[in-house]
Design a protein around this ligand. Structure first.
Ligand code: C5P
Length: 218
């Protein structure tokens, strides 16, 4: 493909997990290394795009020549996405956003109560960042991810419609050696009228393949 396929495009990518505080020293989070999102940021940049990577806490280095915005919680991630979404041509939502946050964050460290064997946390639903972008009147071209352990294609297709997006990248995270912390991934790319099952490949190679495929029409 053309090396500068995405020249003059501004690509915004969310990546990594979010952390939802319980108290100053504890949080609820998701299993996500950030590898796929960072690989997408690197590939988009090499393909000529201006890239903004909005990332939750991860242990990997950001690619050069991109704008990195670090956040902790889902609400912060939403705020940073909304700050920039009007300048964005392509939005890729790769982050494993926590579905719920604590309804109250304790100001001080919660103490262990020796006489109370059960501790109850009240959780409240987080905003769905991708669905929020999908509802914008002049929204960018939107790509989501769906990690599933069963009925992968069917569930992913439902999310494509419900979140009002253009493509969804579906992967079966019940299989070993793909997804999560792995260096490889095997996904199916799903649009409103196409289904493309890709072979297993490195996340770097997959990042190029995803961008070439989904942005070919853009
Ligand atoms: O509904 P589900 O969480 O499975 O959808 C996954 C897709 O939605 C991913 O693209 C993810 O980045 C995005 N998402 C989001 N905000 C949430 C939950 C999911 O942007 N609160």
């Amino acid at each position: 493909a053309d090396a500068l396929f995405l020249q003059s495009k501004h690509v915004v990518i969310t990546a990594g997990p979010t952390e939802e505080l319980i108290d100053p020293v504890r949080f609820i989070s998701n299993k996500s290394s950030g590898k796929m999102g960072y690989a997408l940021a690197e590939a988009a940049s090499k393909m000529g795009a201006k890239v903004t990577l909005i990332s939750g806490p991860v242990n990997i280095e950001a690619p050069k020549n991109i704008q990195l915005v670090k956040v902790q919680s889902a609400k912060q991630m939403l705020q940073q996405v909304m700050n920039i979404i009007n300048e964005c041509d392509i939005f890729i939502s790769c982050a494993a956003v926590a579905d719920y946050a604590c309804s109250q964050v304790s100001e001080h460290k919660l103490k262990k109560q020796n006489d109370q064997p059960i501790l109850t946390l009240e959780l409240i639903k987080n905003p769905d960042i991708l669905a929020t972008v999908g509802k914008l009147p002049s929204k960018p071209f939107c790509v989501g991810f769906a990690a599933e352990t069963q009925n992968v294609e069917q569930y992913a297709r439902t999310k494509l419609v419900q979140k009002n997006i253009d493509w969804i990248v579906a992967n079966d995270v019940s299989k070993e050696g793909i997804g999560f912390n792995s260096d490889d991934n095997q996904v199916t790319l799903i649009s409103h009228d196409k289904t493309m099952k890709l072979k297993k490949m490195t996340k770097q190679k997959l990042a190029y393949t995803i961008l070439e495929t989904v942005c070919a029409v853009n």
